[in-house]
Write a protein that binds this ligand. Structure first.
Ligand code: ATP
Ligand code: ATP
Ligand code: MG
Ligand code: MG
Lengths: 223, 223
């Protein structure tokens, strides 16, 4: 479903930073891939390019055969809304919306009616252990609770492609296992999962682990 | 250096949430304590109360013998600036300042001159592997790089009390070890460390582990 061909992402500033360098990778439909690597090695950059939130400096990213950089930003946003669920490393929740309203947001863009959105949001929040926090705003939640709201939001529209950046970084082991069970269900339904993690035990839930270092793809390991 | 006596923290909202309930704990000078517990169990709340960023609903928090809630907010801020280094779960960096400027901020409040601040900030950033990122703003850094800037900032004023909330949550194992080495140095110099973590291997660097669940202190374990 996703093919990266010789993708490079460079930032120009005081110095030139090559965040990704000549990365080629295929994510077949239904695959479950983890990405590991040192802090700063390009993992979040890779995820942003796969999800079309950013475009490469060189090379191409194709989602369902379409070159994402060739689309306009509104077109890319439409493709993302339909296809991609994104769990951000810094959560990116709307501060003035409740947990349930945050989770329901992807469904607003899909034209789902209010009652169905509400029910879906509450069901997902219950699945991640936040059934009694649906009315809280992000500032009234712990770090790991905000992370779980971000996860529920990413799952809300039953995405064909789930991109998760350090989804268990702020939670205890049991809560992490609960989150991974949600991802396993999505994957079992035939969807594609790409998750970034620095925890080996989380990476081993995938079928293969991509290792990045200094912006380069060093190894693809079967697990 | 810190004594919590029967501390309770309650939030009133739609429902009443008891984030901490009757917690009593002593942190002797030079002690190294870890706090573990499920997501939402009150760990960040505990850290905020110990550091005087928040005041309890009931009970007292004494820092060097002084009841923090009896001080005015400006007095509390002065005590914090002199004594406490804080690594926040969400980093809380100043977005319009560079990494070096963020790290130097605690020294500005202490009246340290510009050249000395600059040198200290660059030295600390090099210690956490960011020697080549000192001029980057937070938006130009990876998640784990921001976390390391937050750590360097907390260490800048050589605090007598270091409070660290999930300091390795966003970094790989090697980078995490480097961060823990910095904390070990601070502790070896006679300072007090309280760190929240959900990783057992990180908690075992401390001398004892406090276990929270549902806002209550359930156990203090020697490690
Ligand atoms: N402003 C608030 N209003 C209501 N409830 C709150 C508020 N802030 C925090 N809480 C609740 O207090 C409880 C404790 O929060 P705290 O942030 O201390 O947890 P934590 O142990 O740090 O969790 P995590 O591991 O997820 O970071 C949580 O259940 C949270 O929902
Ligand atoms: N706007 C920018 N300008 C300059 N450099 C940048 C910018 N954004 C990111 N970088 C750099 O690109 C590199 C890759 O960043 P990325 O966020 O992909 O790393 P990461 O592997 O996700 O790290 P972490 O594990 O710490 O989250 C980092 O070295 C970072 O400093
Ligand atoms: Mg990242
Ligand atoms: Mg917390």
């Amino acid at each position: 479903v996703v093919v990266l061909s010789d993708v490079t992402k460079t930032y120009e500033g005081g110095a030139t930073v090559e965040a990704l360098s000549g990365v080629s990778l295929s994510l077949p439909e239904g695959s479950y891939t983890a990405v590991m690597g040192p802090s700063g090695s390009g993992k979040s950059t890779l995820l942003n390019l796969v999800g079309g939130l950013d475009t490469p400096t060189a090379g191409t990213v194709r989602l369902d055969g379409r070159d994402l950089a060739a689309l306009s930003e509104p077109q890319r946003a439409r493709v993302r809304g339909r296809t991609v669920g994104f769990v951000f490393q810094t959560f990116n929740l709307m501060p003035r919306l409740t947990a349930a309203e945050n989770v329901a947001l992807p469904l607003v863009f899909q034209g789902v009616d209010r009652a169905a959105r509400r029910e879906r949001a509450e069901s997902l929040l219950a699945d991640v252990g936040l059934g009694d926090r649906t009315g809280h705003e992000p500032a009234e939640l712990s770090g790991g609770q905000r992370q779980r709201v971000a996860i529920a939001r990413a799952l809300a529209a039953d995405p064909a492609l789930l991109l998760a950046d350090e989804p268990t970084g702020n939670v205890d082991t049991d809560t992490g296992d609960r989150i991974m069970a949600e991802f396993a269900d999505l994957h079992a339904a035939g969807n594609t999962v790409l998750l970034v993690t620095h925890e080996r035990r989380i990476a081993e839930r995938a079928n293969r682990v991509v290792h990045l270092r200094d912006g380069e793809l060093r190894e693809i390991e079967s697990v």
